[in-house]
Design a protein around this ligand. Structure first.
Ligand code: HXC
Ligand code: NAP
Length: 264
């Protein structure tokens, strides 16, 4: 598909953490179609190689590297390899995450810690380690957060805590790195169709219908909706935007729009 975004990231280098599937792979593919060379990381060597191949099969440049975001040295090595192969990094997308549905009393300390380690500590690792490899001034760093950061949810204590931390980390790093010309923002997707996240949170058609009935725009979003927002935040069109949490959520953050919660 051609359009205004053609060439928006021409000559740029993007690094996508958690890029082997879902929303983040959709973003990486979008970045490549806009002209960026893209490096992707995730834990699984097979999954990340296959993800990079979806991009090279379209005729664009991409590499897939195995690295766990909980391992700072591994993340740093992947960033160094990206820098050595493609040049200074213009765009960093931190989206690796884990989730399972469990009440706090059904969660061990390690279960809680695992999600915080992947989502929050992993995001710090990716953003912190990227700094010395960035094209400064002008680089754009984007994390993927979620509505759980600002709305408490049953059986999601680990995700709510971790994503809330990402929101505040985004704002703190934006303040510290803005003077060097590095913008730091986050995207908060609403429920997105055909993703592992929603397969875990709403596995049945009944769950899906119930959730859609509460969303202001009455539907799930698409991976392209999130990729378009990421492309915008990466581009010079957003050069005066930093420290922002951009909701791409069909109005989910407004609350339950089913009309059944008038007295709520
Ligand atoms: C209770 C659980 C559990 C469950 C795992 N654990 N699943 N506890 N209920 N259903 C516990 C384990 O028992 C263990 O604790 C600890 O968590 C770590 O488990 P591991 O399997 O060793 O962890 P690991 O291999 O690192 O895998 C991480 C994972 C896994 C998060 C548990 O599900 C994963 O790899 N997820 C990645 C894909 C994913 O989740 N995608 C969705 C992202 S969507 P003990 O005490 O036994 O050692 C998202 C939601 C945002 O982020 C909002 C959407 C709207
Ligand atoms: P997904 O397909 O499961 O994506 C998660 C990615 O993270 C995978 O590529 C996974 O690859 C990688 N990953 C997991 N643990 C990792 C680790 N320790 N180190 C490196 N990579 C790791 O899920 P998704 O639903 O598309 O979610 C993507 C992002 O959007 C997440 O940040 C999620 O919180 C957010 N989000 C999703 C929704 C939704 O509706 N789906 C809504 C709001 C926010 P490997 O298994 O190969 O490591």
């Amino acid at each position: 598909m051609s359009g205004l975004k053609d060439g928006l990231l021409a000559g740029k280098v993007a690094f996508v953490a958690g890029g082997s599937s879902g929303i983040n792979l959709g973003i990486a593919q979008h970045f490549a179609r806009a002209g960026a060379k893209v490096a992707l990381i995730s834990r699984s060597p097979e999954k990340i190689a296959a993800a990079a191949k979806t991009i090279t099969d379209e005729g664009f440049e991409a590499i897939g590297l195995a690295a766990d975001v909980r391992d700072y040295a591994a993340v740093e090595a992947a960033l160094r390899q990206t820098h050595d192969q493609f040049g200074k990094i213009d765009v960093v997308l931190s989206g690796a995450a884990g989730n399972f549905v469990a009440p706090a009393l059904g969660m061990s300390a390690n279960g809680f810690k695992t999600v915080v380690d992947i989502d929050l500590i992993g995001t710090f690792n990716v953003l912190r380690a990227s700094y010395e490899f960035l094209n400064r001034p002008g680089a754009s760093l984007i994390s993927i957060t979620a509505g759980q950061a600002v709305r408490p949810a049953m059986f999601q204590a680990h995700v709510c805590a971790a994503k809330a931390g990402i929101n505040m980390l985004t704002k703190c790093l934006a303040m510290e790195w803005g003077p060097a010309g590095v913008r730091v923002n986050a995207i908060s997707p609403g429920p997105i169709a055909d993703t592992e996240g929603m397969r875990r949170l709403a596995p049945t058609p009944e769950d899906e219908a119930r959730i859609k009935g509460r969303i202001t725009l009455r539907d799930y979003g698409t991976k392209t909706d999130i990729a378009e927002a990421a492309l915008y935040l990466s581009s010079d069109s957003a050069k005066y935007i930093t420290g922002t949490i951009l909701n791409v959520d069909g109005g989910s953050e407004l609350g339950d729009a089913s009309g059944s919660a008038v007295m709520g």
